[in-house]
Design a protein around this ligand. Structure first.
Ligand code: GTP
Ligand code: MG
Length: 195
């Protein structure tokens, strides 16, 4: 994908604030700190467009990025972040739910999981929801640079089993650090953007 233009549109928390543009939209979901914002920067070849942090819970709003005047990438707040109150966690959950339920042009929800760890209960719930909604259920396993090639393959198989993914479903090992997996992710996203 040639990125001619990428811009931050805004941070929103309520459906009535979301942009009204009728363009294809792809959202990134996953636990706090898994690397959603980093993946956006990597895909767009921009170091600091999406704010990232070593501390989980960096992205707390729904952030829209417009690419080539043609589609949106949407950075969702991470779930499973322990250091917030129950009430705040609940309101984040609601915010994500409202977003997912409202967006008519949402073409794909990409689930990000850390390649080193077993998926959490929240990941399993998220994945099941994505499948039930009929999305392409693409899973990206982040931070692949932290494991050897053979450990990556082992973990991919393990994550696939734990998420009860169909045999033909895809998990792409990805590294924002080394930019591996970038072409593979774009190739799959393009299918949804061009459909
Ligand atoms: P929230 O906004 O809290 O939901 O987190 P996030 O999923 O947006 O994670 P973010 O992109 O902010 O990354 C979290 C931390 O992981 C940062 O310190 C990143 O530098 C690091 N990180 C992200 N991707 C990779 C990767 O591919 N490899 C390595 N080694 N570190 C990564
Ligand atoms: Mg983030």
């Amino acid at each position: 994908m040639k990125i001619k233009e990428a811009s931050f549109i805004g941070s929103f928390v309520k459906p009535e604030q979301f942009p009204e543009d009728i363009v294809p939209e792809i959202a990134l979901a996953g636990r706090s700190n898994v690397g959603k914002s980093s993946l956006i920067n990597t895909l767009l070849g921009r170091k600091k467009l999406a704010k990232t942090s070593g501390t989980p819970g960096k992205t707390r709003t729904i952030n829209f990025y417009r690419i080539n005047q043609h589609f949106f990438l949407v950075d969702l707040p991470g779930y499973g972040y322990a250091k917030v109150s129950k009430k705040e966690r609940h309101s984040w959950g609601k915010m994500i739910e409202n977003y997912l339920a409202e967006r008519e042009n949402l073409r794909e929800v990409v689930l990000l999981v850390d390649i080193r760890h077993d998926p959490s209960e929240d990941d399993r719930i998220m994945y099941e929801w994505i499948r039930n909604q009929g999305y392409g259920h693409l899973v990206v396993a982040t931070k692949a640079d932290k494991l050897s090639k053979s450990r990556q393959m082992q973990q991919i198989r393990r994550i696939k089993t734990k998420l009860a993914m169909p045999e033909d479903a895809t998990i792409i090992p990805f590294s924002s650090l080394k930019k591996t997996g970038m072409e593979a992710v774009w190739d799959l996203l393009k299918i949804h953007l061009e459909a």
